[in-house]
Every structure is written in structure tokens, then in C-alpha cells.
Design a protein around this ligand. Structure first.
Ligand code: ADP
Length: 326
């Protein structure tokens, strides 16, 4: 193993429940292994503005149950320039930091890959995003909590949809991926999920809904992944309303509440395992890999692979939703 003594940790990009559990696991596993740990505030921005403090085990006490991130997060334009990254590198060196653990999504890991190559700097990534859109891992930290939040919200909307006999389009997050919409639809018993990976015609959707109403359903729920490809719930609802004026259509956008809340047991355990695995990876001389989980086993995924590839949607899940929505 290269001579690593001090590990910096940061959270970057979109926040996700379970990031705190990951910060705790990385910090404690690192200290357990004899490393010094430094917490970097506001993601890559803190590397440029020098917002770095030493983390002891007590700094991460009582945070496993908290949503958000105690290290804060930010988006940092300066880090996308070579000059910005050089400033960030100099700050790290001035603190004696010789390896990084970066918790974030696609963009954050892209930044990590570039920085690691530019300065030959050891970095381990943890997939922290509610979107579950990183290739090479079955799950990302925050996804399960967001999915449960969506399920609870849709359950509530269903009560009012049924009472008023309405057709609801509910927009959920996911960036360019349909995992939250598809699994959210299955978990909440929705009629359909409109996701960027699969094109759906309005007529096809209307047919499905019409069949349902004909067979004694008195309300329908369609989950729509927010994405330029799907056009979002509002645009879809407008099209259905124009072409099928008989429906009493409503739209609900779940928005940022999907990002918050106390992480589920599944996310806490995932974050704890992945955080500990990040330190194991450094001890194992791994560099520039994201920690992933496949069939419940920890795996190392090279940054390039995790970022470049699109994670495929399971046809089996689509088929299940379709069969159960009759
Ligand atoms: P997420 O990690 O949730 O996908 P972003 O896409 O906003 O979030 O990325 C977070 C940060 O990662 C950006 O604000 C930027 O500082 C850094 N980053 C993203 N893409 C690049 C890139 N191509 N080069 C360098 N840094 C990047």
C-alpha cells in the first residue's frame, strides 16, 4: 500500500439519505485502521475554499439516523477547470491529506476520476444518489429511502384519487433513470410508470387506463419519471386531457421531499457496509474505484465503468408492473 496516513472525506452533488451513515462508517473504519481523518465541507468547493476539519469518532456520533449530510454538499463550477482542481490539490496537500473518499453521484465521480488521474491521487467513490443510476452496483445509497417515501406519498394520493374517481399523474425524481418511477409504481400498485428508457404512446397509456375503468377501477395512478425524454407529468397530463377529455385528471409533483427523511434500515446498512469497504479498498491498494454491491457482495467498479455505462432497467420488472395493472 502506498504511504497513506490521512484520508479526506466529502459529500458532493445531490444529497441522499444515508450519506451520514456512510460518513460515519468511513470515519470510524479509517480510525480503526489507524488513519487520520479529515472532513471536507461542501464537497469539492470546500477543497478550494479550505473548509476542512479533523474528524474523530465523536464527530460522527448520533448521525446514522439523520437524513441529508452533516458535511453539507454543493455544486462547484471551479472544480471543473484545471486551475480550480490545482487549488483543490494544494489545499489537500497543505492538510496532509493523501487519499480521498468521495460520496456522490455520477457528476461527483466524474470529477473524482479526473482529479485522481490529474494528480495521481488515490480516490475511492461511494455511490450516493437517490436515482440508483450508477452502473456496476445493484443499489445506491439513498435509493431505498426515496423509494419508500414515494410509496408512502402515492398511498396518500390514492386515497383522494379513489374518493374523487380521478386519474393522477405523479412526477418522481430519477434524472435520466426510471428506477424510482418503475419500482415506486410496483410498490404502490400504480397502473403504469412512464420512464425515459421506454417510450410510451399516449394512446397506449389511455387504452390501459380505459380498460381499468371499464373493469370497475374508479381511479388510476401513473408515475412519471422527471426527464426531458418523458416530458414530465404536467406535459403528459395535458396531452391526455386534450385527447381524452372524459377523465378527471390531476397532477402531483413530489419534488424535494423525496430527498429527505431518516434513512431506512436498508440504506443505513448499505452505507455502513460501503463505508467500511472504502477503507478496505484503500488498504487493498485499490485506486479510482467505486464501491458497489452485486448480489449482496461488495464489488469494486472502476470509475470509468460506473460513469460511462447506462444501467439497464429490468424487463422483468416492467413485465410485472404490466401484468399487475390489469
Ligand atoms: P451528482 O454527483 O449528484 O451527479 P453533479 O452532477 O452536480 O452531482 O456533480 C457534482 C460536482 O461534481 C459538480 O458540481 C462538479 O464540481 C463536479 N463535477 C461534475 N462533473 C465534472 C467534470 N466533468 N469535471 C470535473 N468536475 C466535475
Amino acid at each position: 500500500m502506498a504511504d497513506i496516513k490521512c484520508i479526506g472525506i466529502l459529500t458532493s452533488g445531490g444529497d441522499a439519505p444515508g450519506m451520514n451513515a456512510a460518513i460515519r462508517a468511513v470515519t470510524r473504519s479509517a480510525i480503526y485502521a489507524g488513519f487520520q481523518v479529515k472532513g471536507i465541507y461542501r464537497g469539492y468547493k470546500g477543497m478550494i475554499t479550505n473548509e476542512i476539519v479533523e474528524f474523530k469518532t465523536q464527530n460522527v456520533s448520533n448521525i446514522i439516523q439523520m437524513g441529508g449530510t452533516i458535511l453539507k454538499t454543493a455544486r462547484c463550477k471551479e472544480f471543473t477547470t484545471p486551475e480550480g482542481r490545482k487549488l483543490a490539490y494544494d489545499t489537500l496537500r497543505s492538510h496532509g491529506i493523501d487519499a480521498l473518499v468521495v460520496i456522490g453521484g455520477d457528476g461527483s465521480l466524474t470529477g473524482a476520476r479526473i482529479f485522481a488521474n490529474e494528480f495521481n491521487f488515490p480516490i475511492i467513490g461511494l455511490p450516493g444518489t437517490i436515482d440508483n443510476d450508477l452502473y456496476g452496483t445493484d443499489l445506491t445509497i439513498g435509493y431505498d429511502t426515496a423509494l419508500n417515501t414515494i410509496m408512502e406519498c402515492v398511498d396518500k394520493i390514492r386515497d383522494t384519487a379513489t374518493s374523487h374517481e380521478r386519474l393522477f399523474f405523479i412526477e418522481v425524481m430519477g434524472r435520466d433513470a426510471g428506477f424510482l418511477a418503475l419500482n415506486g409504481a410496483i410498490a404502490s400498485g400504480a397502473e403504469a410508470a412512464i420512464i425515459p428508457e421506454i417510450s410510451t404512446e399516449v394512446d397506449q397509456l389511455a387504452q390501459l387506463i380505459q380498460n381499468g375503468f371499464r373493469k370497475s377501477k374508479n381511479s388510476s395512478i401513473v408515475l412519471v419519471a422527471e426527464s426531458p425524454v418523458t416530458g414530465g407529468a404536467m406535459a403528459l397530463a395535458e396531452r391526455v386531457k386534450n385527447e381524452y377529455p372524459g377523465y378527471d385528471v390531476r397532477v402531483s409533483t413530489l419534488g424535494h421531499l423525496q430527498r429527505g427523511g431518516s434513512p431506512t434500515a436498508r440504506d443505513r446498512i448499505l452505507a455502513s457496509r460501503m463505508g467500511a469497504a472504502a477503507i478496505d479498498a484503500l488498504l487493498d491498494d485499490q485506486r479510482n474505484v467505486m464501491i458497489g454491491i452485486k448480489n449482496d457482495e461488495i464489488v469494486y467498479v472502476p470509475f470509468t465503468k460506473a460513469i460511462k455505462n447506462d444501467k439497464p432497467i429490468s424487463r422483468d420488472l416492467l413485465n410485472t408492473l404490466h401484468r399487475l395493472s390489469i
